[in-house]
Design a protein around this ligand. Sequence first.
Ligand code: AMP
Length: 246
Amino acid sequence: MQGGQAQCTSPPPPSERPFRLVLLGAPGVGKGTQAGFLSQRLGACHLSTGDIFRAAKSHGQEERSAAMSEALTYMSAGRLVPDATVLAVVRERDQCLNCPCGFLLDGFPRTVAQAEALEKLLDQEGHALTAVINYDLPIEEIVERLSGRRTCRGCGAVYHLVNRPPQKKDVCDHCGAALYQREDDQPQSIRVRMNAYQESTWPLIQFYRQRGLLTSILAHGAPAEVFQRTLAAFNGAAAAETQKHP
Ligand code: AMP
């Protein structure tokens, strides 16, 4: 999922019906962790625009497109990347949107304009979203989670200084590489990111609620608890679907 031509590594879907999901929630609610669990359980590809931009950062300047360099400037300042740039990156990966295993979109769409563009792209391919999951958490808890977050330079594993510390300080348990604090997890960037979230992403919740696709999940507690809540919400939705179409 790192580049437009990347091969799909997802396992085959466990059911006939692929899941096409959007995960919403402010930075720090744990969307990435839940996406990992869901990807394993549902066999759907995890597509994170933030991960794509971070991967591009580790490439040399000469390997990056002009659009990608522009995106990185916005990201380093904790600001949202312009819609046209994000959409160009997503269009490069249109085979992911067509994947028979389904997909989990994490960090995209982040604005109503991006959501409308996604709807159009899926429409053209004859697909529709299965559901939109909105992870909810009080803002004080988000700031606390983000400022303690540390990420592995090698494999991208995510830790927390208090809630999920590595066995050895500043060293990844999985690959032994150094841990670092993401530039956009510094306190001054967090504030800018939260403002951007409130202004641009909140209307998305309304957008998907109007389409009857939205399911809200409380993201408080351990990741495994949140995952159980997510599965319970899915089971509820599946039961309602069966009642509608027995
Ligand atoms: P994330 O890992 O999803 O928190 O994304 C990290 C950063 O990448 C964000 O703070 C934005 O600067 C940028 N970004 C990722 N996805 C998008 C998007 N869909 N629209 C605009 N900016 C994005």
